[in-house]
Design a protein around this ligand. Structure first.
Ligand SMILES: NC(=O)c1ccc[n+]([C@@H]2O[C@H](COP(=O)([O-])OP(=O)(O)OC[C@H]3O[C@@H](n4cnc5c(N)ncnc54)[C@H](O)[C@@H]3O)[C@@H](O)[C@H]2O)c1
Ligand SMILES: [Zn+2]
Length: 369
């Protein structure tokens, strides 16, 4: 990726009536002050970041915001999922209160999805909602977590059990931050990107099919822009998960969640979703919704980005057990989002236990396609 090309490459509006906002995309953390505007976002900005990200990008963002004459403070948390809890929320809102932040002021998150979920949630409840700006620095956060307004934290009973729908005032995606992102984290983002191609964009999927891993970084700006538009479009149609439209984002995730629970931390979310997409496209083929070619294409692209496709070292019975704990279980049936063709999926596909178990076991047994 080339540094300091056009600072602002493009912006995409997420149209949500009074909750609308722009996602700015480019090479722009350094110039964030010109985007911030003098009057907007109050006098006090709290930056929430983690110990991996802040040392690399924190000062840049801090200096830019200070140059606007704003008072800046920061909270820097240990990285990872363990920081996404109620105690941290208390710490953040306590900090806001002791710093006398008002409703005009702003929480700015700088980091991956953990930081934006946590900071967004704290911003949504402090004084019943203060400004929230998100600067996602992981690929997954740029294409997924920072778009759509879902914020939240984990409880000991499960992930994302407490949260809110709270749209940011703006999202600033800086592609250069991906240069320091560890490879395994990049691949997590790739799993969601492949998902967007399958559920909504044949064009994106076909582009992915042509990309060599070594040339990926150059292509990411355009890919990220396409993904922001796709997720934005889905969210615009179903902001608060009321119409069911947002359900298509769950492709690969029904099976993926069960795999993640059974195999965490050996497999992370992206790797589990990759396996979930392979398994669910197999189910699509076996139920006659799509052809074998669709399954093969999906598997090939997942493999191309060095994400796992094989269930050989996975105990399928334990996954099946977790699958039936899933919240989508209704009358011994599970709801899936399955592919029809590349770029189109069908949601609400109900399959019974026998069909699922049989098909997945068959997939594991044969595994050569
Ligand atoms: N709100 C939503 O709609 C939504 C959607 C998907 C996922 N999520 C949530 O997002 C979280 C996962 O997000 P994530 O994968 O970004 O996790 P993360 O925030 O833990 O980031 C992954 C790792 O990469 C590091 N990192 C991030 N950016 C970096 C950079 N530029 N350079 C170097 N290191 C960097 C982080 O410090 C961390 O160690 C989960 O908690 C998940 O529930 C939310
Ligand atoms: Zn996901």
């Amino acid at each position: 990726m080339k540094k300091n090309l056009n600072i602002l490459k493009t912006k995409t509006k997420i149209e949500l009536g009074k909750n609308s906002y722009y996602v700015f995309l480019g090479y722009l953390l350094k110039k964030i002050s010109s985007l911030l505007g003098k009057e907007k976002y109050g006098n006090k900005i709290l930056i929430l970041s983690d110990k991996n990200v802040f040392p690399i990008y924190g000062e840049t963002v801090k200096n830019a915001v200070v140059s606007k004459g704003k008072e800046v403070t920061e909270i820097i948390l240990p990285p990872g999922e363990k920081s996404k809890n109620l105690k941290r929320v208390e710490e953040i809102i306590g900090f806001c209160a002791s710093g006398k932040m008002s409703r005009d002021d702003t929480v700015l998150t700088l980091g991956g999805g953990v930081i934006s979920d946590l900071g967004g949630f704290a911003a949504s409840i402090y004084m019943r909602g203060i400004n929230f700006i998100s600067c996602p620095t992981s690929l997954l956060a740029q294409v997924d977590a920072s778009i759509g307004g879902k914020t939240g934290i984990n409880l000991p009973f499960g992930k994302n059990l407490v949260g809110s729908f709270y749209q940011p005032s703006a999202v600033y995606v800086d592609f250069n931050t991906l240069l320091t992102l560890p490879e395994r984290e990049k691949k997590q983002g790739m799993a969601e990107i492949i998902k967007y191609g399958i559920i909504k964009s044949r064009k994106l999927f076909q582009l992915l099919e042509t990309i060599e891993l070594s040339g990926l970084i150059e292509k990411l700006p355009d890919i990220i822009e396409q993904c922001v538009k796709i997720k934005g479009n889905v969210v615009e149609k179903d902001e608060r998960e009321k119409t069911g439209f947002r359900e298509i984002l769950n492709f690969g995730h029904t099976l993926g969640h069960a795999i993640e629970i059974a195999y965490s931390p050996r497999l992370n979310h992206g790797e589990s979703v990759a396996l979930g997409m392979v398994g669910e496209s197999y189910l699509g083929w076996k139920t006659g919704l799509c052809g074998k070619d669709v399954f093969k294409k999906i598997k090939a692209v997942v493999e191309q980005f060095k994400l796992p496709v094989s269930y050989r070292n996975i105990e399928i019975d334990s996954i099946l057990k977790y699958l039936w704990y899933d919240k989508k279980v209704k009358k011994n049936k599970l709801r899936f989002v399955l592919p029809e063709k590349i770029g189109t999926v069908k949601k609400g596909m109900e399959l019974n236990q026998k069909e699922i178990n049989y098909a997945l076991k068959e997939m594991v047994r044969n595994e050569r396609y």
